[in-house]
Structures are given as structure tokens and as C-alpha cells.
Design a protein around this ligand. Sequence first.
Ligand SMILES: [Zn+2]
Length: 402
Amino acid sequence: MGYQTDRPRAADIEEQIGLLNTQNARKRTRRKIVYTTLGALALLTIAVVAFTVPTPRTHKRNLIIMISDGFGPASETYGRSFFQFINNLPENYTTPLDDILVGASRTRSSDSLVTDSAAGATAFSCALKTYNGAIGVDPSGKPCGTVLEAAKARHMHTGLVVTSRITHATPGAFSAHVLNRNEEEAIAVQQIGDNPLGRTVDLMFGGGACFFLPNTTVGSCRSDERDLFTEAGKYGWSIMKSRAEFDQLSADKTQLPLMGLFASDHMDYEIDRDPNRQPALHEMAEKALAILDQHSDNGFFLMIEGSRIDMAAHTNDPAAHVHDILEYHRTVQIVLDYVNSHPDTVMISVSDHETGGFTLGLQINETYPDYIWYPQVIQAVTNSTESLARTLCQRTWYFRSN
Ligand SMILES: [Zn+2]
């Protein structure tokens, strides 16, 4: 039975978990890999292929949702062309996402022609369309059950792996319920387990430590004095804040729940990332898979987001954009390898919207539509505009004060 839809929804996913759990007589396991992406204004998408592979039955039931945030068709074309160019690959090169393209999804907002990340993520997590800014709530502001919470209710383990603040819109919409995405202080509180459902998240890797620190601490971005790292202890969390601690983790000795926040704010763009200070998305995903695989007798749910693909497009920073896309591709390949060796795992890769109005070609004259673009220009860039701006601001401060 194939998974064929133009609207992959969390409810469908949840239904699939149920099907996997009940169809014990079947000797076949389906692997459904959905890659979708949404053109922001056109409110449409791409993607999907469902395929069937005969495999022996096992008892694990794992669901992995990958989200390439702010990533439309032009971005995938860009990532493919750039990678092909810099590695001198043949013109028929395809990316790990191209290879699993199967269909389309719709993430439209209930109050805007252009969907934001909060409404987009809530479309995935709760299977309903809601207003821009909504985190796990419907258009009336009522909390909606998320697929992560449903997995937890089935005694599965749950994880969030992102490169944004862990309290940002996408991870927030799977693990919290607030009326506005800017309520990141409340999202952090709910994520550690202080909410009516109790703790529903078992593993969190990403950035955003500042929302867990009391306002009496340097580097806090809370308005109150709550020390969520200390409070998290009441809910059993182990906490990591450094690359060194991350490297020392071994899957079999790790205790859940586990929180690894490797930056005060968002983690760095891949183009800027210092590998001695922050792990890459693919490294966090690989470690999360190893840990969840080891500990989850009832299977697991894992959401992995290439969060900053979106932000680089928002700021029209093509070099930062493409390096985060290529890192997402690396992560997709690692997850695909896991799926291939763990047949009762379902992986879906999907995008919420497109940002930045990204386009590739430049028409070089008025009379004939010849288009050009030069990957070598982007290849020469070694920092994001965000990092360059930070450096310039520091220098301005230096000159002003000297
Ligand atoms: Zn987004």
C-alpha cells in the first residue's frame, strides 16, 4: 500500500504509526520518504515518492520528520548546481533529496497569503492550518495535540534536533503551545516539562541557551529569574553546553532526557561554524539517532530541522544559504542510511515555505532570454553577511572608542 498524497499531514503520519503497529501479519514494510517544498506565494509544493521494500518484520516503529526551513524549488536547484560545479560532477548529478522526491504538501496560513514558520510547523505537527505566529494552537488559540506528543503517549521516545534556538518556531510547534512565536520564554518552560502534559521531549540538540538562563545571569534573554537549567533537573534532564561534552557522549551510556544547547542564540551558519565549538547538523542528527535507537524499545519520533536555510534566504545571503543547504543534504544522506538499515523507520523531508524571493539566473539582455549565474562567485565567499556585520560592528566600536 503506497503513501500517496499531495498533502502529507501529521495526522497521516500518526495514522501510519498506527498502521505499522497493527499490521503485524504483513511481511512487507513500507518506507515512505517524502520530500516537499513550498513556494511561498504560490502556496504549492513539490515532492514525493513512496516505495515498497520487502523486509523482515521487527518491533521498532520509528518516525523521522526532517524540515528544510525556508527552502523552495529554486533553493534545491541552487544547492544541486553549486555542489555539481564545485565538485566538477556530471550534469546529471542528483542530490539525496532529488532521489526521494515524491510529492507536494500545502502549509497555508489561515490569516495570510504567505505562511510563516510557526503556521507551517503547526501544519506539520498538528495537521491543521492556523494563523501566522501560532505555536501548536489552532486559529482560535486552542492548543492542538502534536505528533511528538502523540508519539510520547505511545511510549515512544522523542527528539528535536535543530540549528536555530530550540525555542524557535519549528521546534516550538512540536513541543509547546503558545499564542505567539515570540513567547520563547514560555516555550522553554514547556519544553523542559512544566506544562499540563508533563515532559514530552526526551532529547533536544540545538541553540538557544539564553532562554534557559535567569535574567540575573550574563547572556540571559529571559525577563524573569527562572533558571530553567536548574529546574530541568526536576524533570530528570542531563544538560550539555559544549562540543567537548557532545563528543564524549556514547549512545549506550547516555541517559535520557538529554539537552544539548551549543549556542546562546542560534547556532552558527554552516559557513561560519567553528567545528571545535559547535557540532554540525549531520553530527547532531547522527548522535541523536544512535542514542534514540539504543534507548527506544517502543520506537522513537525525531524532528530534524535545517533551521537556518530560512534565515540566510531572509537576509538574501546566498553563500550562507547554500552551505546550510549542503549541510542539510549531508544530514538527509545520514538519515537515509539509517532508514536503509532500519526498515521499520519512516522518514519524511518537507519544507514549510520559501523565503527571500530567491532566484538564480540573471537575464543578460532585453531582447533574448539568455540567463547566467556564476557559482564561482559564491564559492569564493567564506563568511555569512551576519558574521561580516558582526565584525564590522566590533571594528566600528573599536575605532569609536580609540
Ligand atoms: Zn520557516
